[in-house]
Design a protein around this ligand. Structure first.
Ligand SMILES: [Zn+2]
Length: 665
């Protein structure tokens, strides 16, 4: 990165993060999500590492938390309240474990994993068994005294059975039902609603009038015992149980064991987090043996013997910068959201699907608005909806797109579909998309013809339809002039193109990009009709006995082969020397067409032989009893096997091998 850019970026991040921190810690108002804050902070730490000359003395990385409010008395904490490092996935958790083992010199480590409560951290100080002071976290070094307010919380003991001084730490929060009740009351009294449970807890504790705090049904989980070794406690789990015995409220849902067990615990809690009844945003993992803490040590900011697993933020908000419109190979218009980059599920998301025009207008999604986006697993992120805030009302509604952004043809809206189409077959976008599809892995699998190269070749006039791919070898002169191309790379590309000529028919058929003919349907057609010539001469009646094809698929295929441009392309492809035959398992008969079989038990011949017999006679073999299976081949009529019983319960016909062979006769 350029130095000047880094300098500006650092200054921008410092300013933003300080603003967020102040708002979060001192005003109990979060301007951005925790995840966004953590990500910005991580980015700043990284930049400061790379460019230490630009570290600002006011950088939030110099302090552990935020600002201290001036409204309450301030006290220094007896021990600095540390923040924790974060892990976001199993790999990072295992690295944490590796590091601990290295630092401690031990081969096995016992961990304790506790739910990370999304509330307000609190310090409780007892002298001779009496609660004398309660402090907020503040900036981790200095906290604010909120004793009067804390004393109103019902699950905090005012006296404990303990002779010496004791300091414990925990989290103040609302159970979900209490938070809902609080917001209901706010609504009834025409007061502002709390955005989330944590804000409500912070707002309740930071009340100057403790009478108000008393009306809020706050709860606590206490989890930290200061200097437990002084009281002969050497494990965090024992510290927790001691805290419990002293009649503090602890969270019983914790786990003690090895790192694999910790991961299981994390997965379980992440799955039920929305039903658990209180707000948690992660899991805290600590080494259970307190005697190891000194040996393992701490960094300037965080202890090395503990970390926090952050739950995935599955939904987040960001700004919709633009709606992009792309035309696919069939002419279908796709709408995509161009987003201000945001972290979601551990990846940076900068675009998301908007489905179709109707989706956009139904949800009243407007360019410039804040949108909610969702991502689960590997699924493409989608826009869930729009945040109708003050800014939203100032924005113009989305007008839709009436003309193809590439060829300017008027888009057509087929009434049967919610989709729009560019009707122009010569549309550059359609041509490009169809070539990209043709060379793709599942289709003709031509390595070296990536999207950007296809675009370049198209621009140079080398590629105007898929048949031109096989003329690339005659265009060496032109291609050599393209930057990045040499003799070697062209030869490699030509080899890949020549090799694709030997592909079996189903790949070619799929590659042609006929609407509704995916790879599976292409295979059914290729297997049934064997040659491209036969397929190009199909009539509707020939398709009638393919029961898995509906009218839409049949019409689509017949319509495609009836068009002269398509016929010309097919002619050119065959002329170029492409294989036009189905090379897979050849059908001997059509006797088992549309029949699906599964097998169980012992047969007189190897199972693979029977499987082959099914397939060469046009049938389908299925390992498991899916809903498509009509016959189960089993020589044992009274079998007790699970598969046999399942077949019976599903009314699947059970036949023996002899009956099966008769079907082939
Ligand atoms: Zn177009």
């Amino acid at each position: 990165m350029e130095k000047e850019i880094a300098k500006q970026l650092i200054a921008k991040l410092v300013k933003e993060l300080n603003e967020y921190s102040f708002s979060y810690y001192s005003l109990a108002k979060s301007l951005i999500s925790d995840r966004q804050f953590e990500d910005s902070l991580a980015k700043l730490i990284e930049l400061e590492k790379e460019f230490p000359e630009f570290i600002d003395p006011s950088s939030p990385t110099n302090r552990v938390g935020g600002y201290v409010s001036s409204k309450f008395e301030k006290y220094k904490h007896s021990q600095k309240m540390l923040s924790l490092g974060n892990v976001f996935n199993k790999e990072e958790l295992l690295n944490f474990d590796k590091q601990i083992k290295k630092l401690s010199g031990l081969k096995t480590i016992e961990y304790i994993a506790e739910a990370k409560i999304d509330g307000l951290s609190i310090v409780l100080i007892y002298q001779k068994g009496k609660l004398i002071k309660a402090l907020t976290r503040g900036d981790g070094v200095v906290g604010e005294e909120v004793t009067h307010n804390i004393k109103t919380i019902k699950d905090i003991p005012l006296t404990i059975d303990f002779k010496d001084d004791l300091e414990v730490r925990g989290e103040v929060f609302f159970f979900d039902k209490d938070f809902e009740a609080l917001n209901q009351r706010q609504l009834k009294n025409n007061n502002k609603l709390f955005a989330n449970s944590r804000n409500a807890a912070a707002g309740s504790i930071r009340q100057l009038d403790s009478k108000i705090t008393a009306t809020r049904k706050l709860s606590t989980f206490i989890y930290y015992y200061i200097n437990p070794q002084n009281d002969n406690i050497f494990k965090q789990s024992d510290a927790l149980e001691t805290i419990k015995k002293l009649k503090f409220h602890i969270n019983d849902k914790y786990y003690v064991g090895d790192i694999e067990g910790v991961w299981n615990f994390i997965s379980q809690l992440e799955n039920i987090r929305s039903e658990i009844g209180y707000p948690i945003d992660g899991i805290v993992i600590k080494v259970n043996d307190l005697n190891l803490y000194d040996k393992i040590g701490t960094t300037v900011k965080v202890p090395k013997w503990a970390t926090a697993y952050k739950f995935r933020a599955e939904v987040t908000t960001t700004k919709l910068i633009d709606i992009s419109v792309n035309v696919g190979r069939t002419g279908k218009v796709n709408y995509n959201a161009i987003l201000e980059p945001v972290q979601l599920c551990g990846t940076t998301v900068s675009n998301a699907t908007l489905h179709n025009a109707k989706y956009i207008t139904d949800l009243d999604i407007r360019i410039g608005a804040t949108v909610k986006i969702k991502k689960a697993g590997d699924i493409i992120p989608k826009v869930l909806g729009v945040v109708k805030d003050e800014n939203f009302t100032k924005l113009a509604p989305w007008e839709g797109v009436k003309f193809c952004p590439v060829c300017n043809s008027e888009l057509i809206n087929n009434e049967a579909y919610v989709d729009y189409f560019c009707p122009n077959k010569k549309c550059a976008s359609r041509i490009l998309e169809s070539i990209i599809h043709f060379v793709s892995r599942v289709a003709m699998d031509i390595a070296g013809l990536g999207e950007s190269i296809v675009k370049k070749f198209h621009k140079l006039g080398i590629l105007n339809d898929v048949s031109d791919i096989y003329k690339i070898k005659d265009q060496k002169e032109i291609i050599l002039k393209i930057e990045g191309f040499g003799d070697k790379s062209i030869d490699k590309l030509i080899t890949a193109i020549e090799k694709s000529k030997t592909n079996s028919l189903e790949r070619l058929l799929f590659g042609l990009g006929i609407k509704n003919i995916g790879f599976k349907n292409a295979t059914i057609i290729a297997k049934r009709f064997m040659t491209l010539e036969a397929i190009m001469n199909l009539k509707m009646t020939d398709l009638n006995n393919i029961s898995s094809f509906g009218t839409v698929v049949k019409n689509s295929l017949i319509n495609w082969i009836s068009q002269i441009d398509n016929q010309l392309i097919v002619e050119k492809l065959i002329e170029a020397g492409l294989n036009d035959q189905y090379l897979g398992i050849k059908l001997m008969t059509n006797k088992l067409v549309d029949k699906t079989f599964s097998i169980t038990g012992v047969l007189s011949q190897p199972r693979n032989k029977v499987k082959e017999l099914i397939e060469v006679n046009g049938g389908v073999f299925s390992n498991s009893l899916t809903k498509n299976v009509q016959f189960l081949i089993d020589n044992n009529e009274d079998s007790n096997s699970a598969k046999h019983k399942l077949a019976k319960s599903r009314n699947i016909e059970i036949i023996n091998e002899a009956t099966f062979l008769k079907m082939l006769a």
